[in-house]
Design a protein around this ligand. Sequence first.
Ligand SMILES: Cc1cc2nc3c(=O)[nH]c(=O)nc-3n(C[C@H](O)[C@H](O)[C@H](O)COP(=O)(O)O)c2cc1C
Length: 360
Amino acid sequence: MSSTFGSLLRVTTFGESHCKGVGAILDGCPPKLALCEEDIQKQLDRRRPGQSRLSTDRQESDQVTIMSGIENGFTLGTPIGLFVANKDHIPGDYQAMRFIPRPSHADYTYQMKYGIRAASGGGRSSARETIGREAAGAIAEKYLQERHNVEIVAWVSSVGPIDAADVSVDSIDRTSVDQTLVRCPDPIAAEQMAARISQLKEAGDSIGGVVTCVARNVPVGLGEPIFDKLEAKLAQAMLSIPATKGFEIGSGFSGARMQGSAHNDPFVPKGERLGTITNNSGGVLGGISNGEPIVFRVAFKPPATIAQPQQTVDFEGQPAILEAKGRHDPCVVPRAVPIVEAMTALTLGDLLLRQRMRRA
Ligand SMILES: Cc1cc2nc3c(=O)[nH]c(=O)nc-3n(C[C@H](O)[C@H](O)[C@H](O)COP(=O)(O)O)c2cc1C
């Protein structure tokens, strides 16, 4: 069951990095939603490898085929099958890693857990797995946007020690995010980030970063106390993305340094609902959306596969030097932006359907 996420809007992903293809089954999508492959392709293009000099050089067009669940351009309410072929893989690049587990990658733990692993390309631990989520998430997002006016936008807010200036969570949009290759809406910081990533790619090294995300117009009431609180589901969704190391919502860890008098978000009337003046809560109170923008950050580590020789041991425990070949991302955050958006859409879509079920 570990490849399935969600309860009413449920995605199951399949496929390894070097098998015939990857994809997902999305079950529970409401019927009569206009849907075509182009709706999904837009987000897959933002995620695909080889899209810029800042990403891996693996070239994949990642063209999606909708296998089932639609007719005449509308969803039927039945499972939607999504498939993307793997084309540009070079299994020979992974020869050394058959015998030497990559430090800080998943080779050792997959081998120990299953007693066998797809050594070529990292199997399910490869970021190619995220194609299924991306495709399913694009559908969830279309549903949220068209039927409920929900807007989701993520962007790169830091790379290593380089931080972007604060952006307005009320107005940030994907056009301004995509203006720079690094997907950071602050052009000065973006330039420094891109230069740093290029420099490290050249040196065979890698670097981490942070993606910030906002979901606007989320109706009040989403999230299922106690164990399926909105922030708990979001944290699970985000920390299931490969290479994630941290999740914080609203004031996050900085809230631990504050006093209640400064941290509390005073209520004010906002149209039909109560709103808040500040948003240290990040749009969630008691695990339930309060109508304010949901704002959170996801920390990504530097990718583990680096081109520099690394002193380590092989699977037998013998000293070894790993010289990893292959084409790898020097920094994952520019490509992780649409993945964060997809997992946000899948989480909110599922909780929205669960909340609708409550209505008499
Ligand atoms: C968009 C994206 C691209 C990635 N590209 C690479 C890569 O090129 N090389 C690599 O070693 N890890 C890459 N990763 C991370 C690995 O998939 C991940 O570190 C590995 O599965 C181990 O899991 P963990 O880091 O979550 O523990 C990427 C992750 C994402 C989200």
